[in-house]
Structure formats: C-alpha cells, structure tokens
Design a protein around this ligand. Structure first.
Ligand SMILES: NC(=O)c1ccc[n+]([C@@H]2O[C@H](COP(=O)([O-])OP(=O)(O)OC[C@H]3O[C@@H](n4cnc5c(N)ncnc54)[C@H](O)[C@@H]3O)[C@@H](O)[C@H]2O)c1
Length: 325
C-alpha cells in the first residue's frame, strides 16, 4: 500500500517524502509546483503534477497506486499573502481540501495526516500553548487551516476518517538533499541567511516593541527532519488503531528574532544589516509549543534542538545550492 504525499515538492513535504522512503514506505507525490520544485522530489518517487482539487486526477492516482494513507502538506501558507488574497487561500486550502477529501474517501483512504499550524491559535493564546487553548486565528491562512481541522473532525465522526492534525510551529533547517527555498521567501531563517550571504542588502525585523526581553518576537523553531519523523510516528499511530488527534509540533523552547540573528552570525561569520520595521498585523509576541501531547501520543521528541545546528544545516544546503533548487 502507498502513501500519497501532497505538497511533496515543497519544503516540509519533500523532507517527509524522503524520510518515508528511507523507512521503506511506498510514496507517491502530488504537487501543482506553484510553490514547489520538481527537483525536490526523488526521481524514484512516482510524481503527479496537478491540484488536490482535481477529482479526476485523484481518482487516477488511486487507480494506479493502492493508496491507503495520505499526508496532506499541499496548501498556500504565507500569512501576508492570505491577508491580501483571502479568496485564493479559501479556494486553495478549503475548497480544494474538501473536494480532495471527497475523492480520497471515494477511493477508500481511511488515514490522513494534516499539516496544521500554530497560526490556528491566534494572538490570545497562553504560552507555552497547549492543544486545548482557544483557537481564533488572526489571518485567513490560519482560518483556512482551522476550518479544515473542523472538517476533519466532522468526517471522523460521520465517515470514520482517522486523522492526526499536526500543528507545526516554525519549521527550519535542511537535510543533505532538501532545504527551504520559496519565491518569494517570507520566513525568517532563510532571509537571515540570505542577508548574511549578502544576497540581500538589508534584513527587515518586524516589531521592536514587543513585551519580550529584547523586544522582538519569540518563535519556536523546529528542525524539518524532526517534523518528518513526527509524520512517520503519526502514521504508525493511526495504523495501530489510534484515535484522531490534534497535536503540536515544536521544541517547547522559544527564540527571539535577535537571538536567531546572533546565532546566524556565529554560524556564517557574517553580520546582516538590520532594518527595524513596525510589527506586522496579526504577529503575536510569543508562540511556543507545549509538546507534552506529542511525546505522550506519538512518542515523539525533537532530536535536533540546537538553534545554531538548525541554522548550520540550512547554511550548508545554501552553499551547495547557491541558486536554490
Ligand atoms: N513552513 C512552516 O513553518 C509551516 C508551519 C506551520 C504549518 N505549515 C504547513 O505545512 C505545509 C507545508 O509547508 P511548507 O513550508 O513546506 O510549504 P511549501 O509552500 O514549501 O509547500 C507546499 C507545497 O504544496 C503545493 N501546493 C499548494 N497548493 C496546492 C494544490 N492546491 N494542489 C497541489 N499542490 C499544491 C505547493 O506547490 C508546494 O510545493 C503547509 O500546509 C503549511 O501550511 C508550515
């Protein structure tokens, strides 16, 4: 039986597809390549270019491979873009997501791992954030993910679809083969490293008036390989008959923007030129995961928690791929 990995040409999806293959799983990747890269998918993995909302394509994939599980990374995932283009986000992440689930259920898929996000909690959450914390997203991206969480919960009750919704905090780092490369790049770590490499002249730091020790925002940076391992654990959990769950994935520790910049200076030996800018709307001061539940349910703990090591892995990847994929 095969696992369908949607968004497997993207950042976290490509690392997870690689990991699943390493542990002997049969993997099939579906990606529309809007944000992904064909060369991020191993040439031995069957690859379909198309949209998750294309029911005929999903039916064809189900016919050509025996799909019994799905890991669903495919989504648009830029907060700022979702504020400017909410229709695009609800169409891509929710409309297509619901159509995709219909096609998967018709094909007999009963296990589903969903890429959710700490953005579903919004600004009101207590830190560290537990899964039971209130969810009230501050942008359409977060809402699109929260709506899909609710859809999955209803489908579990009505149709027996077993799922694990993994709420990632901030993915970072690279493996030997795969790294983070988005165009445009909205994420802090690749932008700091690009600024260090002087590909960009200035690094924008959004917000220097937060109620944090150094006044910049604090986030929980989790290595992408640890995320990949958690997906493998979630699949095992569901195969063993585990009930549907919502689970945070982070390290449980937070770093401020200035701390990440300091670590990057040590790793790269270069200092980016910083420009402080106003806070972005909907950017909370502090987002750090409580990861007790992941340890208890999935027996998962992050193994690569040293911030400098996380940055170094992406820095090394950048050196080997100066133009990205
Ligand atoms: N990167 C993070 O820190 C982070 C944090 C929390 C949650 N997430 C979630 O994890 C998932 C992966 O994130 P990422 O950073 O790897 O993103 P990414 O943009 O690198 O990968 C997403 C992939 O999905 C593809 N895709 C998008 N819409 C599609 C569609 N309708 N049909 C087929 N393919 C489609 C894109 O081409 C891309 O390759 C996303 O669902 C995102 O919301 C990411």
């Amino acid at each position: 039986m095969a696992i369908l990995v949607t968004g497997g040409a993207g950042y976290i999806g490509s690392v997870t597809a690689e990991r699943l293959r390493e542990i002997g799983e049969e993997v099939v990747v579906l990606d529309d390549l809007f944000r992904g890269h064909r060369s991020a998918v191993d040439r031995h993995i069957p690859f379909y270019q198309g949209k998750v909302g294309d029911a005929a394509l999903i039916e064809r994939i189900s016919r050509e491979h025996k799909i019994d599980s799905c890991v669903h990374f495919a989504a648009l995932a830029f907060v700022g873009e979702s504020v400017e283009k909410p229709a695009l986000y609800y169409e891509n992440n929710v409309e297509q997501g619901v159509s995709f689930l219909r096609a998967l259920l018709a094909g007999g898929v009963k296990r589903f791992i969903f890429s959710s996000t700490c953005a579903t909690y919004g600004e009101t959450a207590e830190v560290p954030i537990r899964e039971e914390a209130p969810q009230w997203p501050s942008n359409p991206y977060g809402w699109s993910k929260l709506i899909m969480e609710r859809v999955l919960d209803s489908y579990d009750r009505a149709y027996g679809l077993r799922f694990v919704a993994l709420r990632y905090f901030n993915a970072a780092g690279a493996t030997a083969k795969h790294g983070e490369h988005h165009e445009p790049e909205p994420h802090l770590v690749p932008n700091i490293l690009a600024a260090c490499a002087r590909k960009k002249t200035e690094l924008s730091v959004f917000g220097s008036d937060y109620p944090t020790p150094d006044r910049t925002a604090i986030r929980d940076y989790v290595h992408v390989s640890d995320l990949a391992d958690a997906h493998a654990s979630a699949l095992t959990y569901l195969r063993q008959g585990g009930a549907s769950e919502f689970i945070n994935l982070g390290t449980g520790a937070g770093n401020s923007v200035l701390e990440v910049i300091e670590a990057a200076k040590k790793v790269t030996g270069c200092s980016p030129i910083i420009r402080f800018e106003p806070r972005r709307p909907g950017d909370p001061p502090r987002l750090v995961a409580d990861i007790t539940k992941a340890a208890k349910i999935l027996d998962w703990r992050p193994a690569r928690t040293d911030l400098a090591a996380i940055l170094r892995s992406q820095w090394e990847w950048n050196k080997r791929h100066p133009k990205g994929y």
